[in-house]
Write a protein that binds this ligand. Structure first.
Ligand code: AMP
Length: 541
């Protein structure tokens, strides 16, 4: 039986007061299990996704433990490594929230923003240093930071670090730290490389697992919308219909390519939506400003790529839209994990084209769930044909488009579909696409803005942010997202008439019932998941 109140976890009174001020009624499972161990100084291996309250599960015991002792110049007392700038910045914000009753000094070393004030803080001495691995090593090599005073090390989102090719950096950093330290290690999944890291650098850790790595929250209603063509204009029109028909308070809309994020943003603004975008090419201050605007409700929609959005803590997102079906099923789980957080109700809607049938099959296998189709589901012939297709995403984009996950190629690992194509090689379609457009939007906007607010920098002129991104990402191939896409197209489709989503919800069951199997055409019966054979329909669409 785990503790059910924060008071039972061994936290200091000042920390308990901050939790009360934050309004948390009781600890989440990862907090209830990790905090009592972490406050004693023991190592913790936490297997938990974002949205489970994992940040507080290491920040709260850290603050409690750091109450004793003082910081020394250039020698941080604790170090938190995070895979992305946004995540690092968010962890820093947690210290503001949970450390209101303390006088802890926190420094943040990330790319893309001026570090002068952070370096000055380091010079004076910090209690907590939060950094992305590349940035930390940069500063270490310049002698701006010494690591032998680190008493507590936190590695957050270790599997994401692996995806981004940071493992060699993490190993280097761990070897620079004093062996007598506490390590709090968090990962949503435990691939072999991560287990190896844990075996090497943690001492007799207590393993805490709060959710199966690839499960989706029960608080999320997952729906799918079939788009009968692979035409992007059609997809954008469908998305607009969904945005207008569903009860969308705010939403993150995911695209597979950063280029498509920019195109989608332009289209959304043109059609009068309140939207902004984040992707790997935008400079840090733009990303932060857009995120702040989204958090504060000044923009309603956020178009995003996986790399830019992973791990972001954006409370109260009512909907996640997958404008593109993600190429990797586990990205689906991470994407929709942006909604339905901390016990709130959330919704995800995924637009599925005939090219996405295979990817959808992988997703539903992973989530072990029956899809709920909004409107027409794909018919059997489309499904059978889709199972034979290679899929647009896989064919149409080099792995480095994806930036993160595919960076593992740098360690020699390749997914089956990548084999046979050389690194950096692009399909003729990709080459055409990237030659065909320069559309890139660098500004978030609250409302449709005059044209000059949508800048289109030339691809051959890398901005500081792009150089920065590359610096942070150059250790392994494919760490940044690469632009490849089709030219922007003008939306043209007439909107469908449809009843409101709420009406539909009342009229139709949320989940499909198991059904008898129908024989499939083309001898594909064994390879087609049951749910695709007899689609579920929502009445009224
Ligand atoms: P995380 O998994 O760390 O990204 O946290 C997800 C969200 O849950 C954040 O918005 C936190 O503010 C919130 N949160 C953390 N702990 C609790 C708690 N015990 N009760 C309610 N919300 C929480």
């Amino acid at each position: 039986m785990h503790p059910t109140t924060f008071a039972e976890l061994g936290l200091s009174n000042k920390v308990l007061a901050a939790i009360e001020a934050a309004g948390y009624p009781s600890p989440t499972p990862i907090q209830a299990q990790a905090i009592p161990i972490a406050v004693t100084g023991r190592d913790v291996l936490g297997i938990a996704q974002t949205g489970t309250g994992k940040t507080a599960s290491f920040v709260l015991p850290m603050i409690t433990r750091l109450e004793a002792g003082r910081a020394r110049a250039r020698m941080p007392r604790s170090l938190i490594l995070a895979p992305t700038r946004e995540l690092a910045a968010q962890v820093a914000q947690s210290f503001d929230k949970y450390g209101v009753n303390h006088k802890l000094t926190v420094a943040l070393l990330i790319g893309g923003v001026s570090m002068d004030d952070q370096v000055r803080k380091l010079d004076r001495g910090v209690d907590v240093l939060i950094a992305t691995p590349g940035r930390l090593l940069d500063h270490f090599s310049r002698g701006r930071v010494m690591l032998m005073g680190v008493e507590i090390l936190v590695i957050d989102e270790a599997d994401r670090m692996l995806d981004m090719g940071f493992i060699p950096d993490i190993e280097k950093i761990c070897k620079l730290l004093p062996p007598r330290r506490q390590t709090l290690f968090f990962s949503a999944t435990m691939p072999a490389e991560i287990t190896r890291l844990v075996d090497q650098f943690l001492k007799d850790p207590v393993r805490i697992e709060v959710a199966r790595p690839a499960t989706t929250a029960k608080t999320i209603t997952q729906s799918f919308k079939f788009c009968p063509t692979i035409d992007d204009r059609e997809k954008r029109a469908i998305l607009r219909d969904l945005l207008r028909e569903l009860d969308v308070k705010n939403a993150i809309i995911f695209c597979n390519r950063k280029r498509d994020v920019a195109i989608l943003l332009k289209s959304l603004l043109k059609h009068g939506f309140s939207a902004g975008a984040i992707h790997g090419d935008l400079d840090q201050s733009t990303r932060m400003a857009t995120l702040d605007a989204f958090r504060e409700g000044r923009i309603q929609l956020l178009a995003a790529s996986d790399v830019a959005a992973r791990g972001l803590d954006i409370p109260d997102v009512s909907h996640v839209f997958n404008y593109d079906v993600p190429w990797q099923a586990d990205d689906y789980v991470h994407r929709i994990g942006r909604t339905g957080r901390a016990g709130k109700q959330g919704n995800s809607v995924t637009i599925v084209t005939p090219d996405d049938i295979k990817a959808l099959t992988a997703i539903t296998k992973l989530t072990d769930d029956q899809p709920l189709w909004l409107g027409e589901a794909p018919d059997e012939a489309t499904i059978a044909d889709g199972m034979k297709r290679r899929g647009r995403g896989r064919r149409g984009a080099s792995s480095s488009d994806r930036g993160g996950r595919d960076a593992r190629r740098g360690s020699g690992e390749r997914r089956p579909e990548q084999r046979g194509r050389g690194r950096g090689q692009r399909s003729p379609r990709e080459a055409d696409a990237s030659a065909g457009t320069n559309a890139e939007t660098t500004l978030a906007s609250q409302r449709p803005q005059p044209e000059e607010r949508v800048r289109a920098p030339h691809n051959d002129e890398p901005r500081d942010s792009q150089r920065d991104e590359r610096r942070e990402g150059r250790r392994k191939s494919g760490r940044g997202e690469r632009d490849t896409s089709r030219p922007a197209q003008q939306p043209s489709r007439a909107r469908q008439d449809a009843a409101s989503h709420k009406d539909k919800e009342q009229a139709a069951p949320r989940k499909s019932e198991p059904r008898e199997r129908d024989p499939m055409p083309f001898g594909l019966d064994e390879n087609v998941p049951a749910f695709l054979r007899r689609p579920v329909r929502i009445a009224g669409r």
